[in-house]
Design a protein around this ligand. Sequence first.
Ligand SMILES: Cc1cc2nc3c(=O)[nH]c(=O)nc-3n(C[C@H](O)[C@H](O)[C@H](O)COP(=O)(O)OP(=O)(O)OC[C@H]3O[C@@H](n4cnc5c(N)ncnc54)[C@H](O)[C@@H]3O)c2cc1C
Length: 488
Amino acid sequence: MARRLFLSVYLHWFRRDFRVRDNTALALAARLADAVVGVFVVDTRWFPSAAGCMGPFQARFWLAALTELRRTLLDLNIPLRIVTSADPAAALVVLARELHADGITFNKEYEPGQLALDRRLTRLAQDAGMQVRACKDAVIWEEFELLTGAESVYQVFTPYKRAWLAALAAKPTSVAGLPRRGTGLCCAADTVPAARALGYGAVEDSLPTGESGAEAMLAGFSGRLMRTYAAQRNYPAVEGSSRLSAHLNAGTISIRQCVVAALRGGAARDQCGGAGTWLAELIWREFYRMILFHYPHTVTEAFQRRYARLTWPERPDRVAAWSRGETGYPIVDAAMRSLAATGWMHNRLRMITAMFLVKDLDVHWRVGEDFFRQWLVDYDQASNVGGWQWSAGTGPDAAPYFRVMNPILQGRRFDPQGVFVRRWLPELGGVPVKSIHQPWLMSAALQKQAGCVIGRNYPAPLVDHGSARLAAIGRCVAAAARSQKSGR
Ligand SMILES: Cc1cc2nc3c(=O)[nH]c(=O)nc-3n(C[C@H](O)[C@H](O)[C@H](O)COP(=O)(O)OP(=O)(O)OC[C@H]3O[C@@H](n4cnc5c(N)ncnc54)[C@H](O)[C@@H]3O)c2cc1C
């Protein structure tokens, strides 16, 4: 059918690039062929709501993005096909054959699992006599474009950022428009499955979805919040950051759209201003991608070899209390409850809760990394592993082993009035500001008066931060010494 009506057909595989604007590989497919068919593979190893799979917030967010994408693609005469399979590479080639496609395009990803998938797809497609075109799209600079003077991989962020900005000044980036409109539809579009049909329960959508939602959010942030970002971004009770992470991860907005917005906001002129600080965060995203590309073992192992010998006991009770937001430390508990309710957590709170789990509760960072994966709407393997290894002190350019965030001081500094804490812990609603980050210090009479009796309405602290901190530092020192002794 496709052959009879169209001279050439290309399949574009949507993986984490759910947009039509500024989509490099989609635009390439539209240039190469008369007819383009978009395809998304519901990978059954990843999609059902089960352990080890995509969490409910992210699944719903992706499906909403796909629903909008299906509509916008049809305006361009590109039908979206949905294929369900546990072997995406094979499924893509089967569909391409059925449509008599000449080739397949996709945008590159940099995680170990995705790279293996790309290799398999390339081999199968080439065996079937098809072209495969993979494009750089998700990053400004990819794996071998930014190396040190000695041709090695940057392991420290600041020099990486410097090189990143210098490369951008030498070769500015720009945003492309819509792909060329096809001459007609070469097959019908499929319906995007509902989250329920994939086994997901209902969760509340807390973000505007799809490409249109992303563009509106970027416009709102650029017009209003970008200027104050440097000053406001650390305070969870205020709207101080872009909240674009879920969109950047689903590709409903491109990294180039964000970088161009930051440059328009003055990022190049003033690196410490709002736009410059925001651009630096976008560069962290890329830094972690490149680290994961070059050091894929860091998905499960410490980046810093000297911490390879850290040992972690199983602590199911502590993990359960942390995940439920019942540690007795209000800033930690409020953060964990906000994650469960919205699928998103403020960056400052990610650092506090991650460090608390690893250092205060002595739990392996992988346990937390896995928990965040199940709940985050913006889950991204590179950034999540990067963030957890940073917090554990085991990653590249990580927090040093002696830095253990104090949840009381962090709470006082970044939520001074307890506005965020009260929002998520209504049981602390009557606690005076003075005690909001240490409610257990209230006298029995005051606890009663505040309607918050420790041990009844709100838990007593699970551990004592002071002694937990010393123990955490001791563990790191001992692990480094063991590793030095064994020559590793
Ligand atoms: C333990 C831990 C786990 C994390 N897990 C993830 C994750 O799974 N997915 C994810 O996208 N981010 C993760 N981050 C990074 C960061 O917390 C989020 O990107 C940020 O909170 C998203 O909010 P925002 O979009 O308002 O960010 P903004 O402050 O507006 O920043 C703009 C963009 O820059 C990127 N960015 C910002 N901070 C970081 C960072 N520290 N590392 C990498 N990229 C960054 C994000 O794409 C973000 O959308 C994690 C951080 C920690 C400490």
